[in-house]
Design a protein around this ligand. Structure first.
Ligand code: BGC
Length: 559
């Protein structure tokens, strides 16, 4: 069989490839540094294309790689249709798409429509043009309150802490739901709408397969005067008419985007990052007339607990059945404490919702961290996720079993949430964004040939790709094997629960007989005769040990 045919075999070439894809999130500045400036870049991704192929994922999602002052890790975009020169060029981007496509891997890019960078030419124009100008209409400028307008128009807080308003030289204020360097765009403005359509076509024309939409639920706003206070806002139900969050009218934007996605063959896909109040509200983003899919963060904020997992899985599958979308599963991303660490800490405390964005807060001091237990439970949860109907999003480094990095001094931190007082474990999000270790030694463990932009702790050596690739019992070997088997076992998007007689053990079967058993407890769970059909995970004396998952495939299912 030729190489090309092999690739065809491993890739779902249908228009619905995304429904059950395993998508790997790359945080480009921390993946691989080819030019030795300490920042990961696009040629770095190309240099690791074989690694991505061998991992066995179906697609990558790239966090922003656009020109940016990095006030928020690249989520402050200065130009939506270019590559940050520190990360490469548009030609490098094209080479990357080609390299990944050749290996059967699709490419999803991040679109950040709620806000631009303050360095975006539109915002610079708005500052120069002054109050009352047409240029200011593309953003949300208001006069201040109090004597001489010297106080912010409202007492609203930004997601990263501090006021949601910033004053400019001539005395007006602009709204920023996140950092001050991220002014919110005015989505009532036709030019804003038009420009994003141009951006979607720009990347689609370059061969991008799909888009991840940042804070998709916050674009439209009702800023009719008088504006409510923070306390009043908190009391307004999130039922589609809230002034700032998850408004029904946001879906008019996505209906227009869908028409653009459908201009392409196959249609471009999209996944919404929408931290909304219920699975029903989330489903609107996932509709076929809208973005098509939405992140489901329910398991990410759940404890490692069988009953919580079961009810979340059941609810979300029912929801995707109702909408015709497929559900998504996520345990880690660039915004939350890595799940190997969360599961190694005493029961989690939650920060709840902040400006519509829920952040996970790991409870307990670092000295209570049980690394081994956390990693064991992380493996169990990931294997369960990969057996579920729907798509699974993996975050770079979780395939190495990386823990959150706590050893970053205040002067080395980059996350605006750390500096602006939003809690985020008191540490911010840098700990899950530390550059990957590729080798056990070298100035940045093979990330590049110089020190990395965030400090890597010495224990990264044990987690290096070269170390784990050579060890059949490593996390990397487990992910590779799981993803390889998943391709062969994948089947219709359904499951049936099998009662286990134990509240702490979940078992389900997919339509072709593939079964997943997760023991969330500590007592072994006996498998009887099925122990002979275990194809993934460890069985001890015919039983599934505590904190672990096995996959069962009856003879014949895998040749
Ligand atoms: C992204 C964050 C970012 C924020 C503002 C989020 O939801 O995932 O990393 O800070 O949007 O763009």
């Amino acid at each position: 069989m030729t190489h090309a045919l092999l690739l065809e075999n491993r890739t779902d070439t249908t228009a619905t490839w995304w429904r059950q894809a395993a998508v790997y999130q790359i945080y480009p500045r921390s993946f691989a540094d080819a030019n030795g400036d300490g920042l990961g870049d696009i040629p770095g991704i190309v240099s690791r294309a074989d690694y991505l192929r061998d991992l066995g994922i179906d697609a990558v999602w790239l966090s922003p790689f656009y020109p940016s002052a990095l006030a928020d890790g690249g989520y402050d975009v200065a130009d939506y249709r270019d590559v940050d020169p520190r990360l490469g060029t548009l030609d490098d981007f094209d080479d990357m798409v080609a390299a990944l496509h050749e290996r059967g891997i699709r490419v999803i890019v991040d679109i950040v429509p709620n806000h631009s960078s303050d360095l975006h030419e539109w915002f610079q124009e708005a500052l120069a043009a002054g109050r009352g100008s047409a240029a200011r209409e593309r953003y949300i400028f208001r006069e201040g309150a109090g004597p001489g307008g010297s106080e912010p128009p409202t007492d609203w807080t930004a997601a990263f802490g501090g006021s949601a308003w910033e004053r400019v030289e001539d005395g007006q204020w602009y709204l920023h739901s996140f950092a001050p360097e991220q002014p919110d765009l005015n989505w009532d403005h036709p030019e804003v709408r038009e420009d994003f359509l141009t951006t979607l076509r720009f990347w689609s024309d370059r061969g991008v397969d799909g888009f991840r939409i940042d804070v998709a639920h916050m674009l439209t706003k009702d800023l009719t005067e008088p504006l409510p206070s923070k306390d009043e806002l908190a009391l307004i139900p999130q039922d589609g008419n809230h002034p700032l969050n998850d408004r029904d009218d946001v879906h008019e934007i996505y209906a227009e985007w869908r028409r653009v996605f459908n201009e392409y063959d196959p249609p471009r896909t999209a996944v919404a990052e929408a931290w909304v109040s219920t699975p029903e509200r989330r489903a609107r983003y996932a509709s076929a007339e809208g973005l098509g899919q939405a992140f489901n963060f329910d398991l990410l904020v759940a404890d490692f607990d069988a009953q919580q997992f079961r009810s979340i899985i059941t609810d979300n599958l029912a929801q995707s059945d109702a909408t015709g979308s497929s559900t998504t599963w996520v345990l880690s991303n660039h915004d939350v404490t890595r799940h190997a660490t969360r599961y190694g800490l005493p029961p989690l405390e939650r920060e709840g919702e902040k400006q519509g964005t829920a952040w996970v807060k790991a409870g307990g001091p670092a000295d209570q961290l049980d690394r081994e237990g956390g990693l064991r439970r992380a493996h169990a949860a990931t294997l369960l996720l990969l057996g579920l109907p729907g798509s699974t999003y993996l975050y770079q480094g979780e395939e190495l079993g990386l823990q959150e990095v706590a050893e970053i001094g205040p002067e080395q931190r980059q996350d605006p949430a750390f500096f602006r007082g939003a809690d985020f474990d008191g540490l911010g999000r840098d700990g899950c964004r530390v550059p990957l270790p590729w080798t056990a030694s070298g100035p940045s463990f093979g990330f590049g040939d110089t020190e990395a932009h965030l400090p890597q702790p010495s224990w990264f050596a044990e987690y290096a790709v070269e170390v784990e690739a050579a060890d059949p019992s490593s996390t990397l070997s487990l992910y590779r094997e799981a993803l390889r088997l998943r391709r062969r076992l994948q089947t219709e998007e359904r499951l049936e629960w099998i009662e286990t007689g134990r509240a702490d053990v979940l078992r389900f079967a997919r339509p072709n007989g593939w079964q997943i058993v997760t023991n969330f407890g500590s007592e072994p769970f006996d498998l009887g005769a099925d122990a002979a059909d275990v194809v993934l995970g460890t069985v001890v004396d015919g039983a599934v040990p505590g904190d672990s998952t096995v996959w069962i495939a009856p003879a014949g299912l895998i040749d």
